[in-house]
Ligand binder design. Structure first.
Ligand code: GLP
Length: 258
């Protein structure tokens, strides 16, 4: 695991976008795993700028998203399908039929998650997975207590996540309590991981993920066992790391060596 610490989230978003762009340039038919949340929006904007400047093209790229709220249609303005359309897919030249988001209305969720995993496998597996991190250290919707070997499945959200998400819904009663989510085991199979974390609200999560023990209590800590995982943080998110000064220069050196 490498930790890249930048002065601002814009700087970190640009560096993370460069890593995604390099993956797309290397293999224009690559498979991307994508994330929602406020954190990756800046990185998605950078990628949209790269497409506009004709530096990269997503025409051959295929994507699978991490998760979707259970019970929301893809047309709901808080669904993750809607988020992806608005914050990335409509801004780049990807073929929408090559973009995949779990169907939150699938009647048979067991069948849905099985087919989702099978489709990723058929595509050759995920080359690069983008991740955010929840304030309790979760990745996708793998809440504390999720097995580090878990696969895509229906999950119950914690009161903390439901609280964190309430700002996006009109009424507390509208906030979904369940989601379909890739598992930690599914995510760990991606060849490269790019995790973004910004703001003081993520400092404890980053500390737990990077310097805590590997535990299902902080599912991002599983990434310590990944051979090509990169954390892009701003200074506020990295503030509680014991070795932050060391990571600050080592990370950039490792990035240059890559
Ligand atoms: C949700 C998503 C995660 C995301 C997290 C943080 O729990 N399932 O994928 O990382 O929110 O969101 P934000 O980036 O808005 O802080």
């Amino acid at each position: 695991m490498e930790v890249i610490i930048c002065k601002t989230k814009d700087e970190a978003s640009r560096l993370a976008a460069d890593m995604v762009a390099a993956c797309v340039k290397k293999n224009p038919k690559c498979v991307l795993g994508l994330a929602t949340g406020s954190t990756p929006i800046g990185m998605y904007k950078c990628l949209a700028e790269d497409v506009k400047a004709r530096k990269i093209s997503f025409k051959g790229v295929r994507s699978w998203n991490l998760d979707e709220y259970w019970g929301l249609a893809g047309t709901h303005d808080q669904s993750y399908r809607y988020f992806m359309d608005k914050n990335l897919f409509e801004l780049i030249d990807i073929d929408r039929k090559n973009t995949h988001v779990l169907n939150g209305l699938a009647k048979d969720w067991k069948r849905e998650v099985k087919a989702y995993e099978a489709a990723i496998k058929r595509a050759g597996g995920i080359d690069l997975q983008v991740l955010g991190i929840g304030s309790d250290g979760h990745i996708a919707f793998n809440e504390p207590g999720s097995s580090l070997a878990s696969r895509t499945r229906l999950v119950s959200l914690t009161p903390q996540t439901i609280k964190d998400n309430a700002r996006f819904f009109k009424k507390a009663a509208d906030v979904p309590k369940y989601a379909l989510s890739m598992g930690v085991g599914t995510i760990m199979e991606a060849r490269t991981i790019v995790l973004l974390a910004f703001g003081a609200n993520k400092a404890d999560a980053v500390k737990g993920a990077v310097e805590g023990g590997i535990s299902q209590f902080c599912t991002a800590s599983a990434l310590q066992m990944h051979k090509d995982a990169w954390f892009f943080c701003d200074e506020a998110a990295a503030a509680k790391l014991k070795l932050k000064k060391y990571y600050a220069w080592r990370g950039l050196e490792e990035l240059a060596r890559r």
